[in-house]
Design a protein around this ligand. Structure first.
Ligand SMILES: *Cc1c(COP(=O)(O)O)cnc(C)c1O
Length: 395
């Protein structure tokens, strides 16, 4: 059939560029040592930065939540799916983020992808609004800007001066600046203090996607806002809960009026079945761990592992952009070379993903190493030795 043949030509074109993606099947829970496609592997792929995805107390809370509230929510939040567990989690996470956002309220959504669609489509609903989007923003922010009726202007990576020029020239009814806090493929931080100062000067919103910062950054795990000691009514904060928090979903924390607008208007919140309430119940335990002494100890261990990897790697050709976060990229360049490097590590039982365009810019294919508080120093030493040897063997 011609329809199928056209699809097959598209797939062949993807293959010809060395861009075919394939999934591996993990047989066991997310942890450094896991069974993947039937083989024992040491993994450096997950965003489970604190090692909470398989934490016994969170698993027990998930079971308790299912016993209390059942398996599914049965409906969207505005119909009948909004449960006690969702409400409790929203109250707790709002209190947690209160030092950074005056009159804060929080909203729990099914995924971070949907949270970003919700924020940008609702704040940028007016066609006279403008969204100023950082060049390396996550795909969900790009898609959220597409869903908004607002105009979109992209500013260069980390370029506060360029953004200032765009804001100064803007005649929009509402200005919205949006950025990742920790860039997901590079591990570097956005210049949030400079961005917030501009947003205050020009009366703009600052939407911060802290998918890789929440739970990881800050003395108490309150993420990028705590790391930079920021507080402002201009902040609209998105924290995702499938990474450091170890469960799933996301929350938006902002001034109560912003949250009320989202409840009234954000289609990715309104027109979807509420997440299983057991997830929100488990997240209460996750939040306790992140904000308590155990979270502090896990962040301290993670910082030691990052330092250890930094000193143990010695590379000559491959590039290591400066990163102080658990995202540690090793830029190789070509798609095939990056795939071969990942395959050689895989043959040694080390699972490190190769990331290719369009996820990263052309000619910057890379290994994306992520560290977790559940790794040991010996795990990291094994990885560093393997990567050093691999690079030395490349002609
Ligand atoms: C993972 C991620 C998201 C999406 O969050 P999910 O909860 O996985 O849908 C959004 N933004 C960034 C920067 C991410 O890394």
């Amino acid at each position: 059939m011609e329809l199928i043949a056209a699809i097959e030509r598209q797939l062949a074109a993807i293959g010809a560029q060395g861009l075919t993606r394939r999934r591996r099947t993990a047989e066991t829970s997310c942890a450094p040592h896991q069974t993947v496609d039937g083989r024992a592997m040491l993994a450096f792929c997950a965003n489970d930065y604190l090692g909470l995805a398989a934490h016994p107390a969170i698993i027990a809370a998930l079971q308790e939540g299912a016993a209390l509230y059942g398996a599914g929510s049965g409906a969207s939040h505005l119909v009948s799916g909004h449960g006690r567990a969702h409400a409790q989690f929203e109250e707790h996470v709002a209190a947690f983020m209160a030092p950074h956002i005056p009159d804060v309220r929080a909203l729990y959504l099914c995924t971070g992808y949907m949270a970003n669609l919700a924020v940008l489509s609702a704040l940028g609903a007016d066609q006279n609004a403008m969204i100023f989007s950082e060049a390396l923003n996550h795909a969900s922010l790009i898609d959220g800007a597409r869903l908004a009726r607002a105009g979109v202007s992209v500013y260069a990576h980390g370029d506060v001066a360029m953004l200032e020029g765009q804001l100064a020239a803007s005649t929009a009814s509402t200005n919205i600046v949006v950025t990742d806090s920790v860039f997901s493929m590079d591990g570097d931080l956005a210049p949030l203090p400079g961005l917030l100062a501009l947003c205050e000067r020009y009366g703009a919103w600052l939407v911060v996607d802290d998918a890789h910062g929440f739970g990881v950054l800050g003395e108490n795990g309150r993420g990028a806002l705590e790391h930079f000691n920021l507080s402002s009514p201009h902040l609209v904060y998105v924290g995702t809960l499938g990474k450091a928090a170890g469960v799933g979903g996301a929350f938006i924390a902002a001034h109560a009026s912003v949250i009320e607008l989202l409840v009234q208007r954000a289609r990715p919140y309104i027109y979807t079945t509420a997440a299983p309430p057991a997830l929100a119940h488990a997240l209460l335990t996750s939040l306790d761990i992140i904000g308590g002494t155990e979270g502090k100890a896990r962040r301290r261990h993670l910082a030691q592992l990052i330092h250890h990897l930094d000193t143990a790697l010695s590379l000559k050709r491959w590039q290591r952009p400066a990163s102080t976060t658990p995202i540690q990229p090793i830029i190789i360049g070509g798609n095939d070379e990056a795939m071969q490097a990942a395959a050689s590590l895989h043959a040694q039982g080390l699972w490190v993903p190769a990331i290719r365009p369009p996820t990263v810019p052309a000619n910057t294919a890379r290994l994306r190493v992520t560290l977790s508080a559940s790794h040991t120093q010996a795990d990291v030493a094994q990885l560093a030795a393997a990567i050093n040897t691999l690079e030395g063997n490349v002609p």
